[in-house]
Design a protein around this ligand. Structure first.
Ligand SMILES: [Zn+2]
Length: 256
């Protein structure tokens, strides 16, 4: 399905990546080259409906545009405010899943535009955008950070700088799918650090794909505040498994 060549690690990532991560990088490159070969035989299909010859079709875009709902989520300390562009269901869920697990990087554009519209509805003052980072190992396996792709679209539309390395994931965490409730906070706590030079005295917007309990945004927020951030906000494409006020049963698929 993908047509893009493997994403090159930048110099910062090269410095941080341990030697063994080269094995995963090689695997990612082979997978990608294999996918390019498959694309020659099988044309791309829409990640939302399977329509041939496009990665994201006009019908699915129309469905996405119809979801105009913006959810304000009660922020966890130390975030000032958090918003999501919709519930993690139907077309929005399919789009996030495709971006995250099916290598459909093209879907970052329509989802990022949705995030940008969601941000326009907030009265937040933002100096810079920081995507939730992946651990180096997972970045090498996937070949890209979906949160970074989303953050770059929002940054581009709002003309705000995006710092992909403002936050670093210093500890690999157990998949959030396999832990629940309060364990999530313990699992993720202390997993991030922030770059003081970039962060000091800045109002930072953290961008992620899915919001569940807020543990990840909270842990990122703590790292940013420790690094001197003036204020921290959160913006996610969808909100899942968080239904205290709306009493909706939504499958928790949060997984970095
Ligand atoms: Zn479609």
């Amino acid at each position: 399905m993908p047509e893009n060549l493997p994403q090159q690690l930048n110099s910062h990532q090269k410095q941080k990546a341990p030697i063994w991560s080269g094995l995963f990088a090689s695997k990612a490159i082979l997978n990608r080259l294999s996918s390019i070969g498959i694309d020659l035989i099988f044309p791309p299909r829409c990640a939302g409906c399977g329509h041939i010859d496009t990665h994201w079709c006009a019908d699915c875009q129309r469905d996405l545009d119809l979801l105009t709902f913006t959810e304000r989520i009660e922020p966890k300390v130390p975030l000032e405010a958090v918003a999501a562009s919709g519930w993690h269901m139907d077309k929005l869920r399919e789009a996030v899943q495709a971006l995250k697990y099916e290598n459909a990087r093209e879907v970052a554009r329509p989802l990022g535009e949705k995030l940008a519209r969601c941000l326009s509805q907030q009265n937040w003052t933002i100096d810079m955008i920081a995507p939730v980072p992946l651990h180096t190992k997972r970045l090498a396996e996937r070949g890209y950070n979906q949160a970074q792709l989303l953050a770059e679209v929002v940054a581009d539309i709002h003309n705000i700088r995006c710092e992909a390395h403002a936050l670093e994931r210093v500890r690999e965490t157990q998949s959030q799918v396999t832990v629940s409730g309060a364990e999530r906070l313990v699992n993720i706590k202390g997993a991030f650090t922030a770059n003081k030079t970039l962060i000091d005295n800045q109002c930072v917007l953290i961008v992620d794909d899915v919001y569940t309990t807020g543990s990840t945004l909270s842990a990122c927020g703590e790292a940013l505040i420790l690094a001197g951030a003036r204020a921290v906000y959160g913006l996610t494409v969808s909100v899942a498994g968080y239904s205290i006020t709306h009493k909706k049963e939504i499958v928790d698929e949060y997984h970095h």
